[in-house]
Design a protein around this ligand. Structure first.
Ligand code: DGY
Length: 327
């Protein structure tokens, strides 16, 4: 009998098949996450779990699972897991970087476009039967080409977005806790600026930071006040990076022009004030949602779990301290 693995929620069938050929798998073939207590119950005898960002692994949860050896998250983000607690309990935590970089950057750019050119708003207008014919000032938005894009967080996805911006002759400024290597700055024509400068100079601000205590509500009233009144804010990172109530207010009183959001503070609940606004484009956390990418993410998580359970250092290990000798 192989290692016991729980797949906590529906994943792509090829990954389920791959896992079933190599391990003893319990598959929760549902789009709904188990409630916390049920998850614990299903995990009580498991050594590994293929988890998703809707599963919470707190200190309390990992402490209650002595047989668990690996949490293989099907996401690049892992803010749903208390990694320090997992490390203390000897549990490997893995994620799925790289495979979703381009797909996520595509959606960030799509949101930027849709918000700037009022795509959703004008489609709603048309579908409602309000269109009476072409008009000189109908749904005028702002130009993307030759504008300034401010990227907050110059990791893999930030860089992929910068590449796209180069193709549209945009000036790209960025801010990050750690400055990008010089060759990357040159290749992508990036200008490193202080956070406040980015906010005041950018026509578009796109967020690509992980959710950690220092990035929670990184964007709130004082930051919106620094932005141009014509600026557009895009978020494909994590919802709590933005103070949604403050954003709804900034959009309502036209402190900033528009926003494109794929992630939300309390998913799947959406701040009701945002739903009332025309100048915000909302998508349901789909940045990595192409079939190819999602399938790759599932396969990658499966590989990570099996590798850890075979006693190896999994390819996408987050808590490196667990394998210090091999580091
Ligand atoms: C991630 O991977 O962290 C995304 O939010 C889901 O693809």
């Amino acid at each position: 009998m192989g290692s016991r693995i729980l797949v906590s929620k529906r994943i792509y069938p090829e990954a389920v098949e791959y896992l079933c050929e190599r391990a003893d798998v319990e598959y929760h073939d549902s789009d709904k996450s188990y409630p916390a207590e049920e998850l614990l119950r299903h995990l009580s005898d498991k050594e590994g779990v293929i988890s998703q960002l809707t599963d919470r692994f707190s200190e309390e949860v990992v402490a209650a699972l002595p047989s668990l050896k690996v949490i293989a998250n099907v996401a690049v983000g892992f803010d749903n897991i208390d990694v320090e607690a997992a490390t203390r309990h000897g549990i490997a935590v893995t994620n799925t970087p790289d495979v979703l970089t381009q797909t996520t950057a595509d959606l960030a750019f799509a949101l930027l476009f849709a918000a700037a050119r009022r795509v959703s708003e004008s489609e709603r207008f048309l579908r409602a039967g309000h269109w009476q014919g072409w008009g000189i000032d109908q749904f005028c938005g702002s130009d993307i080409h030759h504008s300034t894009l401010g990227i907050l967080g110059m990791g893999r996805i930030g860089q992929a977005l910068a590449r796209r911006a180069n193709g549209f002759d945009m000036r790209v400024v960025y801010h990050d806790a750690v400055r990008a290597p010089e060759d990357i700055e040159q290749e992508l024509r990036l200008t490193f600026v202080p956070f406040e400068t980015l906010l005041s100079e950018a026509d578009f601000v796109s967020l690509h930071v992980p959710l950690v205590p220092t990035t929670r509500h990184l964007m709130s009233t004082p930051q919106f006040a620094l932005m141009k009144k014509t600026a557009v804010l895009v978020n494909t990172s994590r919802g709590p990076v933005i103070d949604e109530v403050a954003l709804a207010e900034a959009l309502a009183c036209e402190e900033i022009a528009a926003a494109g959001l794929d992630v939300f503070e309390n998913e799947p609940d959406i701040q009701p004030k945002l739903l009332e606004l025309e100048n915000v484009v909302l998508t349901p956390h789909i940045a990595s949602a192409s079939h190819t990418t999602r399938s790759k993410m599932c396969m990658m998580a499966a590989e990570n779990a099996l590798s850890a359970l075979a006693g190896n250092r999994p390819p996408n290990l987050i808590n490196q301290d667990l394998f210090p000798d091999l580091g």
